[in-house]
Design a protein around this ligand. Structure first.
Ligand SMILES: Cc1cc2nc3c(=O)[nH]c(=O)nc-3n(C[C@H](O)[C@H](O)[C@H](O)COP(=O)(O)O)c2cc1C
Length: 332
């Protein structure tokens, strides 16, 4: 038996496999089946700022029509609907906590700090072991600058830290002008973990019917290379756990992420595609690999392949194809 203990947002976990926020963790039954399959922690389906607002508006419109005289009522009613949505989420936290003995992390999807920060305290009281913030808005706003977008992240973290004392993680996007600097500075804000990276819904075109359709929902097994590179580059100087997300579909990628310096790894698409059994397979194969390599614990190889420990650190920064253009002269 190998020692697979690791951490997630600084919380001690029994192995490095955490289930990322998704429909898999939107019910107590879902959470229980993931825990039974060996998951070390579960991040609940996100509560969305937009979802709360949309539900409030839709309910209100169906009941009040377009009567503008009821605006005073709107404020009150809006608050009530928000509370209902939140109450359901709080119940999910409490019941999931009671059903399993692994850490349960709440997830909030937000783009500003106004809407939800006051809810965070109630999430903490409901028993969540940590809060993961999924902060993102596509930068469509031509009037705002890259600096303003970055500042939003730091403001949100500061405001949340004033509200709660449980561990906080940020699930980041890779869309930053100076990503290395943002990772480094966010890791110094008092957050307990950065999750690299979030994966977003994409859109595609149906060229027979001229329709916009949704793109691939699940990640591909080769998508891991982006988070792996950034974890390898950032892990030495980071002041909190770095957690890998996107493209972890088998034990090899799990190992690579830890070797890059990840404290733990989130999986979602692999579970959707293979079922919860994939958790146990990956853990078994991880143990066999550790046995073969002579490692007894995760810390024996965590960060082994990070840029900070590399003999040739410049290779991590090479991105252009120059050499390949000169070597690869034939077409297969
Ligand atoms: C069906 C589905 C639902 C998701 N819902 C959420 C969500 O509510 N909140 C969130 O932060 N991420 C959500 N995600 C993103 C995942 O948590 C994860 O970051 C992403 O799928 C990349 O990991 P993977 O390659 O293991 O799938 C969802 C992903 C999928 C496939």
């Amino acid at each position: 038996m190998k020692n697979l203990k690791s951490t997630y947002l600084g919380i001690s976990i029994k192995n490095p496999l955490v289930i990322g926020s998704s429909g898999l963790s939107s019910t107590v039954m879902g959470v229980k089946s993931l825990a039974d399959a060996g998951a070390a922690a579960v991040v609940l389906k996100s509560i969305f700022e937009e979802e709360i607002t949309a539900e409030a508006k839709a309910t209100l419109q169906s009941q009040l029509g377009t009567d503008q005289n009821n605006m005073e009522f709107f404020d009150y009613y809006d608050y009530q609907v928000k509370s209902d949505v939140l109450d359901k989420y709080l119940t999910l936290i409490t019941e999931a906590k009671a059903a399993v003995d692994i850490p349960i992390i709440a997830s909030i999807n937000c783009a500003s700090y106004n809407e939800w920060v006051s809810y965070a305290k109630r999430i903490e009281k409901a028993g969540a072991d940590g809060i993961e913030l999924n902060i993102f808005k596509l930068p469509f706003d031509k009037a705002s600058t890259a600096q303003e977008l970055e500042d939003t992240y730091f403001t949100i973290v500061r405001k949340l830290r004033e509200q709660v004392s449980i561990p906080v993680g940020i699930k980041m996007s890779s869309y930053f002008t100076n990503l290395g600097s943002v990772i480094h500075r966010l890791s110094n804000t008092g957050v307990n973990g950065l999750i690299l990276f979030n994966r977003y819904t994409s859109l595609d075109f149906d060229i027979e019917n001229d329709q916009v359709v949704s793109g691939h929902i699940y990640s591909d097994k080769n998508d891991y290379v982006l988070p792996m590179r950034w974890i390898a580059v950032a892990s030495q100087g980071a002041d909190c756990d770095l957690i890998a997300s996107t493209g972890v579909h088998d034990y090899r990628t799990l190992v690579k992420m830890i070797m890059a310096g990840a404290a733990s790894v989130q999986i979602v698409s692999a579970v959707y595609k293979e079922g919860p059994e994939v958790i146990l397979w990956m853990l078994k194969e991880l143990e066999s690999w550790m046995e073969k390599r002579g490692f007894d614990s995760i810390s024996d190889f965590k960060g082994k392949m990070s840029q900070g420990l590399a003999d040739n650190p410049e290779v991590f920064e090479r991105v252009q194809f120059m050499r390949y253009f000169s070597d690869h002269t034939t077409i297969k």
